[in-house]
Design a protein around this ligand. Structure first.
Ligand code: NAD
Ligand code: MG
Length: 407
């Protein structure tokens, strides 16, 4: 069978914030892109609506019951999409020979195995699921490199950094091949911008009383609940620090976090001749998604052009690690190395879920992560997927025990 002309896309996490933005961009370019498969956790109604609109070959639900319900609904509508379930379903639609591009937009560790499989299958991987890279770091980058995957950062900061990198590093390939060449290209530092989240100016006492509703209400970006809480604690910036460390093979001492409340500059790269290159735009994920889909070409994304006169003023501040200890914990986890980043990520996922369930307070998130990092056995060797999954599972047990002890 000959391959269709249009780029065949699998969207992992199609019902989420990034999934929705991706489909919005794809809808603008029916001549270039075709949706091959869509996946979701449990929302059958939303998946049914997406299948009606996109007519994918496959639809994957996380659990068997949701998959059965979706199958029956599709049958009633004579929709021929084949329904799969669970991790085996995700792997099938990632590894499928007909698929060119995988948008990795599942949230958290749940996306690790499928995101890694996309790299192993040598696909064009649009990486939104930063937790997968934080957990698997070197294994993920090596896998992508060995299998000629084209790794495109979707996270707005990393996409901005990629855009500010010189052509000699990104030409004909992607961030995955950018190793050890920064010095000759004159790259000195990465300036990773952060909005500072909704509580940028709040005191520790005020932070104590933050509710889940306040935490998910981000001033500039409209995102899923977990990443919104991460943005409020600055854990998101810490995870992004780790993401930049792996993606661009950059020494952590050469990455600065810069609080920039307007979220207009999405990150910067400084060069040895004194130049600082920045990527600017309205805060809308459709820009990095469109860039990552079409690179090295450019396509319309539906994002309004930035009106520089409306912006008028750009502010920059140092992050305050005492009010936002999650960022400090990320620096420490990188320095510790081994399984520390996996433990940190797992503890954060468990703590954020407990915060959203109103079992713990906002400031408890960082306290629980620190306790888990101190209690866990940090191992050096996390070179296989099994090692990573084991370290993740052990950390979750420890954090859950601390949460139970608090009740
Ligand atoms: P979201 O919560 O809006 O969507 C998550 C998606 O993953 C949904 O489609 C959901 O059905 C699916 N999912 C959740 N749990 C699952 C499971 N156990 N198994 C299978 N599928 C599951 O999240 P989001 O905001 O779109 O974020 C997705 C990823 O992109 C995260 O890793 C986040 O850090 C990253 N990211 C998001 C943004 C943003 O603006 N939203 C920006 C940069 C990076
Ligand atoms: Mg980001």
């Amino acid at each position: 069978m000959t391959k269709p002309d249009r780029l065949q896309i699998t969207v992992l996490g199609a019902t989420g914030s990034i999934g929705t933005s991706t489909l919005d961009v794809v809808a603008r370019h029916p001549d270039r892109y075709q949706i091959h498969a869509l996946t979701a956790n449990t929302n059958v109604d939303e998946m049914l609506a997406l299948c009606e609109k996109w007519k994918p070959r496959y639809a994957v639900m996380n659990d068997v019951a949701s998959a059965g319900e979706l199958s029956r609904s599709l049958l009633a509508k004579s929709n021929p999409a084949e329904v799969l379930s669970g991790e085996s379903g995700l792997l099938a639609v990632v590894e499928d020979n007909e698929v060119d591009c995988v948008v990795a937009a599942i949230v958290g560790a749940a996306g690790l195995v499928s995101t890694l499989a996309a790299a192993k299958a040598g696909k064009r991987v649009l990486l939104a699921n930063k937790e997968a890279l934080v957990m698997s770091g070197r294994l993920f980058m090596d896998t992508a490199r060995e299998n000629d995957a084209v790794l495109m950062p979707v996270d707005s900061e990393h996409n901005a950094i990629f855009q500010c990198m010189p052509d000699c590093l990104t030409e004909n390939h992607s961030s995955v091949k950018m190793t050890n060449q920064q010095a000759s290209a004159g790259i000195e530092r990465i300036l990773l911008t952060a909005s500072g989240g909704p509580f940028r100016t709040w005191s520790v006492d005020q932070l104590h009383d933050v509710t889940p509703e306040q935490a998910v209400n981000h001033p500039n970006w409209d995102m899923g609940r977990k990443i919104s809480v991460d943005s409020a604690t600055l854990m998101n910036k810490g995870l992004e620090l780790i993401e930049a460390y792996w993606l661009f093979d950059m020494d952590i001492a050469n990455i600065d976090v810069v609080i920039h409340p307007q979220s207009v500059i999405h990150s910067m790269v400084t060069y040895s001749d004194g130049s600082v290159l920045a990527q600017l735009g309205n805060p809308d994920m459709r820009t990095p998604i469109a860039h990552a889909l079409a690179w090295p070409e450019r396509i319309a994304s539906g994002v309004e052009p930035l009106n520089i006169f409306d912006v008028a003023k750009l502010d920059f501040e140092q992050p305050d690690l005492s009010r936002f200890p999650c960022l400090r914990l990320c620096y420490e986890a990188i320095k510790k190395g081994g399984s520390a980043m996996i433990v940190l990520n797992a503890a954060n996922e468990v703590a954020v879920a407990a915060f959203l369930d109103e079992k713990i307070g906002f400031n408890d998130i960082a306290i629980l992560i620190e306790k888990t990092l101190n209690a866990a056995n940090i191992t050096e060797d996390v070179s296989t997927l099994e090692d990573i999954i084991e370290a993740d599972a052990m950390a979750r047990i420890i954090t859950n025990e601390y949460i139970s002890a608090k009740q």
